[in-house]
Ligand binder design. Structure first.
Ligand SMILES: *Cc1c(COP(=O)(O)O)cnc(C)c1O
Length: 389
C-alpha cells in the first residue's frame, strides 16, 4: 500500500496501488485508439454495474455535477420536483433545482431518522410531480433510504425516481433493471462520483438514465445547460472516439481499473461486505460509549455518524487520530463539534477497520476516557464474522 495514512472520511476513500498505477500511466490523446478502447470499456462496465438499457455518462466533474445533470435533463422550468431529504446532501437538490426555476417541494427528515413512506404518499397525492429525488445514503447523517418502500410509491404516482448514489453506488444494490413490485417500477436515474465507494480519486461524475428518463430529456427540447446537457454527450458515450469536451484521460484509466475490481467482486458480495462493515464498526465503537445518530435499522452500510461521549472534544479527538494516521471527518450543520463521521466503503479492508478501532481506542484513552480496546476489536470481529456468512 502506497498510502501512509488511512483515509476514513466518507469520501474520498482509500486508493489502492493498482489504481494509483493506472493514474500514473502515460497520458494519451483523447482520440488515441488505445485510450478510446479504455473509455469504451469504462462505459460498458458502468452499464453493467447499473444493469441499464439506457445511457450512462462518465465525465469530468464531481458528484454535484451529476446531481445537476439528473435534474436539468429531466425536469423543466416551472415543473414540480419533490425532494426527499435525509440530511445535508438531500437538501442540496433544493437550491440546485431552484436555480433552474423548478418548483421544489421538500420532505425533510429529522437528522438521523427516515422520512415516513406515508408522508411521501400524501405529498405525491397533492401535486403533479415530474420527479422525486432520493439520497440513497446521506453522508451527513449516515441514514440509508428504503428503496423497496419508496420506489413503488413514487412510480405509482407517475414521477421519475432520481437516486443520488454518491455514497452508495458500487456498495449497495442500485440495479436499474430491478422491478420494484411492478414491471414498470424501476429506478430512472442513478448518479454518483468517483471518490466514494468506487475508490477512485475525486474528479468523475457518473450517471445513468433509463429509457423513461431519456424520453423525459427529449420532451424538454432545449434546456438551460450546455456541459450538463446529456444530448451533447450521447454521441461521445456511444462512440468515445468523438469529441465534445476533453475527458480526464488519466482518471478514466483509474476508473476502468476500479470498475474491474468492483465487477470482479460482484455487487452481491460487495453489498454484503458493506453491510457487515457498517454493523461491525458501529458495534465496536458502541463499546467505547459512542452512539450512532441513525438507529441501526436505518444506518448506512458505507459510513457512520457517531456522537461523542460527553467528555470528548471534537478537534482534539480528530487531531489525535490524525497524528496516528487515521483521518475521519467532522460533522455538518448543527452537529458540528458533536459528532464525527467515518467512512467504511470501497477498497477499505477489515484490517483497516481493526486498525481504526484500535487507534480510536488509544486516542480516547489518551484523552482521559478509559476504554477496552481488546473488547472493541473482539466485537468488530464477531460482527464481521456473523454478517459475512
Ligand atoms: C459527496 C456527496 C455528494 C457531492 O459529491 P461531490 O463529489 O462532493 O460533488 C452528493 N451526494 C452525496 C450523498 C454525497 O455523499
Amino acid at each position: 500500500m502506497r498510502n501512509k495514512e488511512m483515509l476514513l472520511v466518507p469520501g474520498p476513500t482509500p486508493v489502492v496501488d493498482e489504481i494509483y498505477d493506472a493514474l500514473a500511466s502515460e497520458t494519451r490523446g483523447h482520440t488515441d485508439p488505445r485510450f478510446v478502447n479504455i473509455y469504451k470499456n469504462a462505459i460498458e462496465q458502468t452499464k453493467k454495474l447499473f444493469q441499464t438499457d439506457g445511457e450512462v455518462f462518465v465525465i469530468a466533474g464531481s458528484g454535484t455535477l451529476a446531481m445537476e445533470m439528473a435534474i436539468v435533463n429531466t425536469v423543466g422550468k416551472g415543473e414540480n420536483l419533490l425532494v426527499i431529504s435525509h440530511g445535508y446532501f438531500g437538501d442540496r437538490f433544493i437550491p440546485l433545482a431552484t436555480a433552474y426555476g423548478i418548483h421544489v417541494e421538500v420532505l425533510q427528515a429529522e437528522w438521523g431518522k427516515q422520512i415516513e413512506v406515508s408522508a411521501v404518499k400524501a405529498k405525491l397525492a397533492e401535486g403533479n410531480f415530474k420527479a422525486v429525488t432520493i439520497t440513497h445514503a446521506d453522508t451527513s447523517t449516515g441514514v440509508v433510504s428504503d428503496l423497496d418502500a419508496l420506489v413503488p410509491v413514487i412510480k405509482k404516482a407517475g414521477a421519475l425516481v432520481i437516486l443520488d448514489g454518491v455514497v452508495a453506488t458500487a456498495a449497495l444494490d442500485e440495479n436499474m433493471s430491478k422491478e420494484y413490485n411492478h414491471p414498470d417500477y424501476k429506478l430512472d436515474v442513478v448518479l454518483t462520483g468517483s471518490q466514494k465507494a468506487i475508490g477512485v480519486p475525486p474528479g468523475l461524475a457518473i450517471i445513468a438514465f433509463n429509457q423513461s428518463a431519456l424520453k423525459a430529456r427529449k420532451a424538454l427540447g432545449t434546456i438551460p445547460a450546455y456541459y450538463s446537457d446529456i444530448t451533447n454527450w450521447i454521441p461521445v458515450m456511444n462512440d468515445p472516439g468523438k469529441y465534445f469536451a476533453t475527458p480526464p484521460v488519466n482518471l478514466i484509466y483509474a476508473y476502468e481499473v476500479a470498475m474491474n475490481i468492483v465487477l470482479d467482486e460482484g455487487i452481491t458480495k460487495r453489498a454484503a461486505r458493506h453491510i457487515a462493515y457498517g454493523r461491525a464498526i458501529r458495534a465496536a465503537l458502541f463499546t467505547y460509549g459512542m452512539v450512532a445518530l441513525a438507529e441501526e435499522a436505518v444506518a448506512a452500510p458505507t459510513l457512520s455518524c457517531l456522537l461523542y461521549p460527553a467528555e470528548i472534544e471534537d478537534g482534539e479527538f480528530r487531531a489525535k487520530l490524525a497524528e496516528k494516521g487515521v483521518i475521519v471527518a467532522g460533522s455538518l450543520a448543527h452537529l458540528a463539534g458533536k459528532a464525527f463521521r467515518i467512512g467504511h466503503m470501497g477498497n477499505t479492508t477489515p484490517v483497516m477497520l481493526e486498525e481504526a478501532v484500535k487507534i480510536i481506542g488509544e486516542s480516547l484513552n489518551e484523552l482521559g476516557k478509559s476504554v477496552d480496546i481488546e473488547a472493541a476489536i473482539l466485537r468488530l470481529k464477531e460482527v464481521l464474522a456473523v454478517t459475512t456468512k
